[in-house]
Design a protein around this ligand. Structure first.
Ligand code: CTP
Length: 398
């Protein structure tokens, strides 16, 4: 069964009689694990109150593009980046036409243009309006742009007509949303992912580590499972819950992470090294707590093994993807690591930008491989993970 665990769904409600079903849709999306925020067009507010949807979603409803107060909270660009999925339900005939034209004079239009997330539309309108060549042409145009549709269903309509145009049932729409994340792109593939920091002990109570939250690696594990892969996640100490259907190998030190990876790497098809591995560890671990005596204390450290480089030079060798966190000359440094570590792909990100990276829910990246690249604008880590998985699947078969 599909799910939406940890997915952020932006539900946009347009002005049609089916808007009353949106209240239940919020619930059905939440049942599948989604965090839901609601956007309403002006027309939608004639059919259902923002208060209802605010109460159900637990967040203020977004409805205005030019509202200073709203823009100070979560502005339209932030909202567009926040979403893992833009679900428009109901989608009216007018909304279809506006999306085709790329209009940005209301919040929905602006967000639809600004989001890199996939879009799912649940049309609802009078059957004659649905059948009209103008509407059908708009649907075809949007489908050609990669926009997904669910419904409409056929049957008796609010206006008394019978035919296609009823919005699909909320349960059905929620399942269609979940199914979008199940791409099957890595069906049957074995994927090994490292995530989080490592901890290198100094004594029984202290360690050297870093700020990695593990979120990017866990999002990749989710995206790989959604793509049909069998996933082993070798995870440093983090506070995250592993996605369902992922085998987790908890480790603490870089050496433990290497050992766990080597145990699995021979049977893995794809290795994604997302962990922030401590580059050095103390030469000796004190058996007792180190006491303070002198004004200064020097630590002697030794280089940790490079897990990614070790796996990428092993035989048989999986398809290897690394990460490069840089503060300057992103492309050059990332390309250098692609070559020196013998990788198939590297995901470079600029960690000098505080809005993305270690403890943020968002990221932006430059994906590089031997003869190409793809820049991904700032988006949620789940969306970036899905894009990385898509590119891995494409590169491996091209
Ligand atoms: N990596 C690894 N084992 C290490 C160090 C890094 O597997 N001991 C992996 C990371 O998971 C990441 C990539 O290598 O995929 C990062 O490369 P690295 O050269 O270590 O990056 P930095 O640590 O940022 O290097 P530098 O500090 O030299 O920029």
């Amino acid at each position: 069964m599909g799910h939406l665990n940890n997915r952020r769904v932006l539900l946009a409600v347009c002005g049609g009689i089916a808007a009353y079903k949106s209240a239940e849709l919020v619930r059905r999306l939440q049942d599948l694990g989604a965090e839901v925020r609601v956007l309403m067009t002006r027309g939608a507010q004639e059919f259902i109150t923002p208060l209802t949807l605010q109460a159900l979603s637990g967040h203020a409803v977004h409805h205005s593009l030019l509202d200073e107060e709203a823009e100070r909270g979560m502005g339209h660009i932030e909202l567009a980046r926040w979403a893992d999925l833009l679900l428009i339900a109901p989608t009216t005939a007018d909304a279809l036409a506006r999306l085709v034209a790329g209009r940005a004079d209301d919040l929905l239009g602006a967000v639809a243009l600004a989001t890199p997330a996939p879009k799912l539309l649940a049309p609802a309108m009078n059957q004659q309006m649905w059948k009209d060549p103008a509407t059908q042409g708009n649907v075809t145009t949007l489908e050609n742009r990669g926009i997904h549709f669910v419904g409409p269903a056929a049957g008796e309509q609010a206006c008394g007509d019978v035919g296609p145009g009823r919005m699909e049932e909320p349960e059905f729409i929620a399942r269609a949303a979940a199914a979008l994340f199940a791409t099957g792109l890595l069906a049957g593939q074995q994927v090994l992912i490292t995530a989080g920091p490592t901890r290198e002990p100094l004594d029984p109570v202290r360690y050297i580590s870093n700020h990695s939250s593990g979120r990017m690696g866990y999002a990749l594990a989710q995206a790989a499972v959604d793509a049909g892969a069998r996933v082993t996640l070798v995870s440093g100490p983090v506070t995250l819950t592993a996605p369902e259907r992922v085998t987790v190998r908890p480790v603490t030190t870089a050496q433990e992470m290497l050992d766990a990876c080597l145990e699995h790497s021979k049977t893995t098809d794809i290795f994604i090294s997302c962990a922030a591995v401590a580059d050095y560890r103390p030469i000796e671990i004190a058996s007792q707590k180190i006491k303070k005596h002198d004004a200064e204390l020097s630590l002697s450290l030794v280089r940790n093994p490079d897990i990614l480089a070790t796996v990428s030079r092993s035989t048989p060798r999986p398809y290897c993807v690394g990460f490069a966190a840089e503060t300057q000359d992103l492309r050059d440094h990332a390309l250098g690591k692609l070559q020196s570590k013998n990788l198939d792909m590297i995901v470079g990100n600029d960690v000098s930008d505080p809005r993305i990276g270690f403890n943020s829910d968002e990221n932006a990246a430059l994906l590089l491989w031997a003869d190409g690249e793809r820049a991904v604008e700032r988006c949620s880590k789940h969306t970036l993970a899905q894009i990385i998985v898509e590119e891995i699947a494409r590169r491996r078969t091209s």
